[in-house]
Design a binder for this molecule. Structure first.
Ligand code: FES
Length: 165
């Protein structure tokens, strides 16, 4: 240690940077526990997104009002969340967020190709599971979980597909 520095700053230099072994292990234990809890929380959150998050169910339309090969825009779970309900040519139902996972342009259903198309950069998604078919979108579209109750289609939750690495 520079003697001039010691004189200019008359503190107990021996104690200043001293960390006992016990303090070090205590810090490491707390830090490790925090990291482990954070990892568990992140894993649970990620699994929850894939398995689906439930929201208050919302009635979308009567099933018999949806012709095969048609689609219907709706908002779920919030009024600002734009979605698209699709009745595919074979009669199957599916629904997705309309926000393209590239830069959020709204996608539209193309019945002749049975896909959701984003005109901004020529992106396309499967109308069956929301997976990316072409273009720059990095992730599948989030799917809206549906239930048919007494002939009416209800949105019940949102499910994020597992992102392939
Ligand atoms: S915003 Fe949809 S492909 Fe770019």
């Amino acid at each position: 240690m520079d003697e001039r520095l010691r004189e200019d700053f008359p503190i107990d230099w021996e104690e200043d940077g001293y960390v006992s072994r016990r303090e070090f292990f205590k810090f490491m234990t707390v830090a490790s526990g925090g990291l482990a809890l954070g990892s568990l929380g992140l894993a649970a959150w990620s699994r929850g997104r894939r398995e689906g998050i439930s929201f208050e169910p919302k009635r979308i339309a009567r099933l018999d009002a949806l012709a095969p090969g048609s689609s219907l825009a709706f908002n779920f779970p919030r009024e600002t969340d734009i979605c698209l309900l699709v009745r595919r040519p074979d009669g199957a139902l599916s629904a997705f967020s309309r926000r393209c996972t590239h830069l959020s342009c709204p996608v539209d259903y193309q019945a002749d190709k049975d896909r959701l198309y984003c005109p901004c950069h020529n992106g396309a998604f499967s109308a069956e599971d929301g997976s990316v078919l072409q273009g720059p979108p990095p992730h599948p579209l989030p799917a809206i979980t549906l239930e048919v109750r007494d002939g009416e289609v209800w949105a019940t939750g949102v499910r994020h597909a597992k992102v392939r690495s």
